[in-house]
Design a protein. Structure first.
Length: 219
């Protein structure tokens, strides 16, 4: 299980988080984690997973997994294969790659066989409750209208976080618009165990400085 509180950096499919850039950015995250004694994990594209995992000490996550075993499943992203590549866990049901509830449950079940952490995303407290029934390791609450923006969910919609943390018995992360230490600190104050960030770090001209700023909000 990921140590808490935690910052999870989702590289998405940004150029700055792909290929050699993914390794470079992951090393920056790793450096900040070690220097500041902070819990940081990264979520990278499947094709970058092995290279990144072999280059850093921090936990590396996939961005998606399917609920299949090894076999005739052409094109599927198998939890077992992700583990072979070095993944400690995976995101599922991100707002940019949503899947039906039965698929979430199947992915969680399969990941559990390999002791992988699952961060299941939800866009509303109601959906968070539905997703929680699959018993992922974490719920990440992310209103899609705030993703990629400059206003954080912890500032704009704090009631969404509070309702989610009070209605699920699973550790909650929050994402969408997280950019400052105040955003992170507010998320922790509202009952989460950390944040899921992407563009604020990945697209920054100085991701190390931004990440250090965010880590200060965990304290």
């Amino acid at each position: 299980m990921l140590k808490k509180p935690v910052i999870v950096v989702n590289f998405k499919a940004y150029k700055q988080g792909t290929g050699a850039n993914a390794v470079r950015l992951a090393k920056i995250c790793d450096h900040v984690a070690m220097e500041m004694d902070a819990n940081i994990a990264v979520a990278v594209q499947a094709l970058d997973l092995a290279r990144v995992a072999s280059s850093v000490r921090i936990p590396v996550f996939a961005q998606h997994a399917d609920g299949f075993e090894l076999g005739a499943h052409t094109g599927a992203v198998l939890p077992e294969a992700l583990q072979y590549a070095g993944a400690q866990g995976t995101l599922v049901n991100h707002s940019e790659w949503k899947i039906p509830l039965p698929n979430i449950a199947a992915a969680v079940k399969q990941c559990r066989k390999f002791d992988m952490d699952i961060i299941a995303c939800a866009d509303t407290p109601e959906n968070a409750r539905n997703v929680a029934a699959a018993k992922p390791s974490f719920i990440a609450i992310e209103p899609p209208e705030l993703i990629g923006g400059t206003i954080s969910v912890s500032a704009a919609r704090p009631e969404i976080i509070t309702e989610t943390t009070q209605s699920v018995r699973i550790p909650v992360l929050c994402g969408a618009g997280i950019h400052t230490r105040e955003d992170v600190a507010k998320a922790i104050e509202l009952g989460t165990v950390g944040v899921l960030v992407a563009s604020g770090v990945v697209l920054s001209n100085n991701p190390e400085a931004v990440l250090k700023e965010l880590v200060m909000g965990l304290r």
